[in-house]
Design a protein around this ligand. Structure first.
Ligand code: CA
Ligand code: CA
Ligand code: CA
Ligand code: CA
Length: 236
């Protein structure tokens, strides 16, 4: 059974921050072939808010208020030979992308990619941030940082197909929600990784999206919590 924590303070060595109504959420990685697969796609923006999605199909990483430390890869722009974009970006959901020299650009880095959000440019930090992992090796680590730059948790995935030629069934959306703002996300994948469809905004939450109740990082801690509960029940 899923255990929900409503403790008014940070627990588990700072890995999971819990603060009442502003509780941060790390989402379970989910399959993603087009933007309609985004758990954020159906959420309205808050009044005066914003939402941006960067698919780099113009070969530019230029949505406002964010910087990253990788490069844009592209077959169509002659900047790569193996490019693993989101499936739909080449115009067809067909299990592949970009291989015929048409659209299908992505983001690449050798080890990890970090995205930093600028509160001044955006007006306010995004409450919702997502990114699509499209290629690399196992294991994948997604980490999210709050408005003060403190990590509020990681999610790990092991769904890579072991093939670097643009298969899309392995592709997964990683996301987080924090009403207090998200200043940075990092996706790590030693040996190289590709990402696509960075999306961020101030959206109306909130509980309808899947939540990572089985995060590996909190697994052991939740296990310990379970032990504590079990012990209390035995002694009660
Ligand atoms: Ca395709
Ligand atoms: Ca793309
Ligand atoms: Ca892929
Ligand atoms: Ca692959």
């Amino acid at each position: 059974m899923k255990t929900r924590l409503f403790l008014p303070f940070a627990v588990i060595g700072g890995l999971l921050t819990v603060s009442g109504a502003a509780r941060a959420q790390l989402l379970t990685p989910t399959p993603y072939l087009s933007v309609t697969d985004s758990p954020f796609a159906s959420l309205p923006t808050v009044s005066g808010g914003y939402f941006f999605l960067e698919d780099v199909e113009d070969n530019l990483f230029n949505t406002p208020g964010v910087t990253f430390n990788g490069i844009v890869t592209s077959i169509s722009f002659g900047l790569g030979t193996i490019v693993d974009s989101v499936d739909a970006d080449d115009g067809a959901i067909n299990g592949a992308n970009g291989n015929a020299g048409v659209f299908g650009d992505s983001l690449f880095s050798n080890n990890s990619m970090t995205f930093d959000f600028n509160a001044t440019t955006l007006g306010t930090l995004p409450s919702h941030v997502g990114i699509v992992w499209t290629d690399g090796s196992n294991n994948i680590t997604f980490e999210v940082f709050d408005a003060l730059g403190a990590s509020f948790g990681t999610v790990t995935g092991s769904h890579a197909d072991g093939n670097f030629n643009n298969g899309t069934a392995e592709d997964r959306f990683y996301g987080a929600i924090n009403a207090g703002g998200i200043s940075r996300i990092t996706v790590s994948n030693p040996g190289g990784l590709e990402l696509d469809h960075l999306q961020y905004g101030t959206l109306q939450n909130t509980v309808a999206v899947p939540e990572a109740g089985t995060l590996s990082l909190v697994g052991s801690a939740l296990g310990m919590l379970g032990v504590c509960i079990a012990r209390r029940r035995k002694t009660a």
